[in-house]
Write a protein that binds this ligand. Structure first.
Ligand code: SAM
Ligand code: SF4
Length: 328
C-alpha cells in the first residue's frame, strides 16, 4: 500500500504544523494583532500527531517537516521530536523555525539527529528585522544562526523576498554563502497573510530575483537538487555554500510534488493552495481504526490536484489564511 496520485506522483513527504501559535508577527504571515488562535483542545495532541505520522510512514512517507506557527512555542516540542525519532521508517525529520527560542535546544537537536533546520531570517539588520517580524528579537535569532552554523545540523536560511523591504539585502544573503556552508533559500511572497492587507510595490518573482543576482555576479552555476526539491539551486563559483529560489507563488515545481500537509487542527491538505480536504482529527476522535485512516489517506491522495493553480481554482474562496495556520 502506498500513496500515489492519479498523475503517478508518489507521496513521501509530510509537512506537519504542530501549533498555530507564534511568538512573532511577520507582516507577510499575519496582521499586527495576530490571528484568532483556536482553542487548545482543537489542536492535534502529540499522541494524535505521532499516530498520524506512524500511519503515514507505513504508507511510504519517509520525511517529515515540523512547522507551525512556531513549533518551539508548543510545550514539550523537543520531547515530541524525541518520540518521532524512534520511528525507524522516517529517514528525515526537519524543522522550520524562526529561531528565537531554540538556542538552548541545539545540542539536543544534534543528539536526535534532526536532519535539517530551516531558519527563517528575512533581514540581517536589527531594525529592519523588527519592522518585518514586529518583534525585536534579531539578536536571539542571529545567535541561533551562529550556533546552528557551527553545529552538525544542515542549515538552510529561509528568506521571504518582500518588495520594498528586504530586496536590497538579497546580495548580502548570497554573500553569507561565501564562507559559510549554508543554503540560502529565497522564497516568493504569497498572499497567505491572514488578511494582513499587504501592498506590494513590485512583484519579486523567481525570474526577477534570479536576474537581480545575475546582475551582481559574472558567473553563477546551477547545482543539482533532488527531484522533488522546492527550490532551484545555484552557486557562486568557489563559494562554500549555495543559494536557491523557491517559486512558491509562480508554482513551476508542481510536476514533481511529493508533499502533503496537515495543519495544527488536523486539516489534511493535498496542496498548499487547496482549502483543506478533510479533518483527520475528527476521524481519530470518532474512533477510526488505523486501516480506516489508511484508506482515507490513499483515497484522498489519489485526487491530489495536478498543480497549485488548479487547487486554488477549486477552493471557491480567496487564498488569505495565515501561513501560521497552514504551516509553511
Ligand atoms: N514560524 C516558523 C518560521 O517562521 O520559520 C515556521 C512556520 S512559517 C509559516 C514557515 C515558513 O513560511 C517561514 O519560512 C515563513 O517565512 C514562510 N512564510 C510565511 N508566510 C509566508 C508568505 N505569505 N509567503 C511566503 N512565505 C511565507
Ligand atoms: Fe510566526 Fe513563522 Fe508566521 Fe513569522 S512566518 S509570524 S515566525 S509563523
Amino acid at each position: 500500500m502506498e500513496l500515489k496520485d492519479k498523475f503517478g506522483r508518489k507521496i513521501s513527504y509530510l509537512r506537519l504544523a504542530v501549533t498555530d501559535r507564534c511568538n512573532l508577527r511577520c507582516q507577510y504571515c499575519m496582521p499586527s494583532q495576530g490571528i484568532d488562535i483556536v482553542d487548545r483542545k482543537e489542536l492535534l495532541s502529540y499522541k494524535e500527531m505521532y499516530r498520524i505520522t506512524r500511519i503515514l510512514s507505513e504508507l511510504g512517507v519517509n520525511k517529515v517537516r515540523l512547522t507551525g506557527g512556531e513549533p518551539f512555542v508548543r510545550k514539550d516540542f523537543v520531547n515530541f521530536l524525541e518520540s518521532l525519532s524512534f520511528n525507524d521508517k522516517l529517514n528525515e525529520i526537519n524543522i522550520t523555525t524562526n529561531g528565537a527560542l531554540i538556542s538552548n535546544h541545539i545540542d539536543k537537536l544534534e543528539e536526535l539527529k534532526i536532519n535539517a533546520i530551516n531558519l527563517s531570517i528575512d533581514s540581517l539588520k536589527r531594525e529592519k528585522f523588527a519592522q518585518i517580524t514586529r518583534r525585536d528579537v534579531f539578536e536571539n535569532v542571529y545567535d541561533t544562526f551562529e550556533k546552528l552554523e557551527k553545529s552538525n545540523l544542515n542549515l538552510k536560511l529561509n528568506v521571504v523576498v518582500q518588495s520594498g523591504f528586504n530586496t536590497d539585502e538579497i546580495i548580502d544573503f548570497v554573500e553569507l554563502s561565501k564562507d559559510k556552508n549554508i543554503a540560502v533559500r529565497f522564497i516568493e511572497e504569497m498572499p497567505f497573510n491572514g488578511k494582513g492587507q499587504r501592498i506590494m510595490e513590485d512583484e519579486w518573482n523567481f525570474n526577477k530575483i534570479l536576474n537581480h543576482i545575475k546582475e551582481n555576479y559574472p558567473k553563477i552555476e546551477q547545482v543539482s537538487s533532488s527531484k522533488s526539491s522546492t527550490s532551484v539551486n545555484f552557486k557562486i563559483p568557489n563559494y562554500k555554500g549555495n543559494f536557491g529560489i523557491i517559486p512558491a507563488f509562480t508554482r513551476t515545481i508542481c510536476n514533481d510534488c511529493n508533499r502533503i500537509r496537515i495543519t495544527a487542527t488536523g486539516m489534511f491538505k493535498n496542496c498548499l493552495f487547496d482549502g483543506g480536504v478533510f479533518n483527520i482529527r475528527d476521524f481519530i476522535r470518532n474512533g477510526a481504526s488505523d486501516e480506516e485512516l489508511k484508506e482515507l489517506f490513499i483515497k484522498t491522495v489519489h485526487n491530489k490536484p495536478e498543480n497549485g493553480f488548479i487547487a486554488e481554482e477549486n477552493r471557491g474562496n480567496d487564498v488569505s489564511e495565515s501561513m501560521s495556520t497552514i504551516g509553511g
